[in-house]
Design a binder for this molecule. Structure first.
Ligand SMILES: NC(=O)c1ccc[n+]([C@@H]2O[C@H](COP(=O)([O-])OP(=O)(O)OC[C@H]3O[C@@H](n4cnc5c(N)ncnc54)[C@H](O)[C@@H]3O)[C@@H](O)[C@H]2O)c1
Ligand SMILES: [Zn+2]
Length: 261
């Protein structure tokens, strides 16, 4: 059983979406890589996704691969997952900023690691999978920027000076790992708890641009309160279409361009 309404009337559901946003006071936007494709960043599983080569990005961006094939991991990571200066926010990000300023949007929960929401000016952005904006030395916890990571070759090593065995200063040499959550690693507890809180207090959740196959992020949708409405905006079908009050199968940017906020 489902009360899902796909593409109402001639406007493909935009009017209903507008109405639901107008009525809501505690919106939570839950986004994935699809919110950034119009900024020029490929997703994994969409039509032009990175999920095409011999090794899937999921395999390469896993903890196991990082441990066993560290150099290959970093080569892939530097080439594909650092977005520093490569992309700009779109009207999707900008309109979410306006909704937050108007106190209609409580939180953005994102699986993205590209910082585009923050770049646009959103304040309450919960990053479930971390960020590629920073990196941390596994040994001494020194922090490094994305630019620094881009300038490294092979396996990036920490250059922080620490006390050597004879009291002299030597480079730390620890591996500098991106602050992203790899497949097979636990999600940051604080971010996950914040996300649960936001979801529980929401009266409207908009899920956009995520194939919703990555757990436990995908499980957040089942935490919605009974009177919370659910909207899905995505090119392809998702696992929660059936449970949604409104499903719009289309380009998110096109949808957002038609919204008045
Ligand atoms: N920009 C980024 O930060 C980035 C990019 C690639 C992958 N990732 C990581 O990959 C993982 C993949 O999971 P995911 O579910 O976010 O992405 P995904 O690639 O699995 O799914 C993206 C979904 O969005 C849809 N989509 C793409 N562009 C769209 C558009 N313009 N309009 C409407 N729908 C569109 C696709 O059809 C697909 O269903 C995440 O954990 C994320 O951390 C992040
Ligand atoms: Zn170090």
């Amino acid at each position: 059983m489902s009360n899902t309404e796909v593409g109402l009337g001639n406007d493909n559901g935009i009017e209903q979406l507008q109405h639901m946003i107008d009525e809501a006071n505690h919106i939570v936007f839950f986004g994935g890589a699809g919110t950034s494709t119009d900024s020029g960043l490929p997703d994994f599983r969409g039509a032009n996704g990175l999920y095409k080569g011999a090794n899937s990005p999921e395999e390469i961006l896993s903890h196991g691969y990082y441990v066993k094939h560290t150099k290959d991991f970093f080569d892939f990571y530097r080439e594909n997952m650092i977005f520093d200066g490569k992309a700009k926010p779109t009207e999707i990000h900008e309109k979410l900023v306006v909704l937050e300023k108007k106190h209609k949007l409580d939180a953005i929960i994102t699986q993205n690691i590209d910082s585009l929401h923050q770049m646009a000016g959103s304040k309450n952005v919960i990053e479930l999978h971390g960020t590629s904006a920073t990196n941390t030395c596994r040994r001494c916890k020194a922090k490094y920027t994305a630019k620094w990571m881009l300038g490294t070759k092979n396996i990036p090593r920490c250059t922080q000076l620490v006390d050597g065995p004879g009291g002299q200063k030597v480079a730390c040499g620890g591996i500098v790992k991106p602050d992203i959550v790899l497949y097979g690693e636990k999600l940051p507890v604080r971010a996950l708890n914040k996300a649960y809180m936001a979801v529980k207090g929401a009266d409207l959740m908009i899920v956009a641009g995520t194939s919703l196959v990555v757990y436990p992020a995908a499980g957040l949708v089942s935490e919605l309160s009974e009177d919370c409405k659910l909207i899905v905006i995505n090119n392809d079908k998702t696992g929660v279409d059936e449970a949604a009050d409104l499903v719009i199968h289309g380009n998110i940017l096109n949808v957002f361009k038609q919204l008045e906020v």
